[in-house]
Write a protein that binds this ligand. Sequence first.
Ligand SMILES: [Zn+2]
Length: 407
Amino acid sequence: MNCRHCHAPLEHVFLDLGFAPPSNAYLNATDLNKPELYYPLKLYVCEQCWLVQTEDYAAAEQLFDRDYAYFSSVSQSWLRHAADYCQTIRERLALDADSLVVEVAANDGYLLKNFVAAGIPCLGIEPTASTAATAEALGIPILREFFGDALAHRLADQGRRADLIVGNNVYAHVPDINDFTAGLKTALKPAGTITLEFPHLLRLIESAQFDTVYHEHYSYLSLQTVSRIFERAGLRIWDVEELATHGGSLRVYGCHAEHGREPTAAVAQVLTHERDFGLADLAVYRAFQPRADRIKNDLLAFLIEQRRLGRRVAAYGAAAKGNTLLNYAGVKPDLLAYVCDAAPSKQGKFLPGSHIPILPPTALTERQPDILLILPWNIRAEIVADYRKIRDWGGQFAVAVPELSVF
Ligand SMILES: [Zn+2]
């Protein structure tokens, strides 16, 4: 296999998590006696451009084209994040009624509704029918397609190039990152700005977030690599911010390479931090697998010990992260009886691979587990606050990443 960006042969495995089913392939009771498809879950790092990327395998795209919809508006903290961004960027770029804002992966309109409210014309691009319909009901025009250079050319031909193109948590999920980036260039006005948010590879490595790896998450990005990909497409980064979202993300600001805008000091600072951390050196990448293995082994030992002691363990949060961790550790319902999740669309289903049942949070009060293992560690504080009642019956919380802790 060659690098998806620079086409150099990929020789260095960054992380091998064995085989796993797609992380969002939740099962119904009737699926449990059917075969389940497992795909290799292996990441390579490219020694030329340092893009960390999933291994390619046949027939992946049909598999991930499921009718699974994640509604961004479910999370209050993410809605606040979107509203704050809208306010700041409007002022920074002086956007008004003559501007056009395009959001790639507009989801349910969680972000663009803020621009609509401010009287700024916008266009969402969202291929998932159910979320697109929700956005349209908010008065947001939606193109129900995947974004790439072909679509960008159609927009440009129609005179719909953008003053601002936004992509939140989509850049790491596109299979063809070069075509996507070329599309950003094509669809951008000469003085326009692109902002992209994606989880920062530096934070993934630093905090051993190996459970954020799943098949649909094709690229694991640093500023050094995104700068290269932008440059090859005739774009460049002029600002960057470090965000707390998703365990540590970057928000990059891009423009046409020929635009005269001065880069901010933050760009050089983050690049220096990445270099000092070792992101341009194979050693950092090679040291990652043993850390993932240790987290896996510690969790498994803990669950077996609880079982021997007769203590009952439940989990909270039927998210992609949890599936990666539980499948890598080979945890099944004998060690972890059930997982609670507030999303009604998941309740009554089963986690892919582990077949652990998903119950509504009311099950916690009924069953009173001794340990509640928090799977989405990025919203740990929120979960501890919401379910502190487990302490009433002597229950404790636990997390497995970045290291096992019980509290
Ligand atoms: Zn490469």
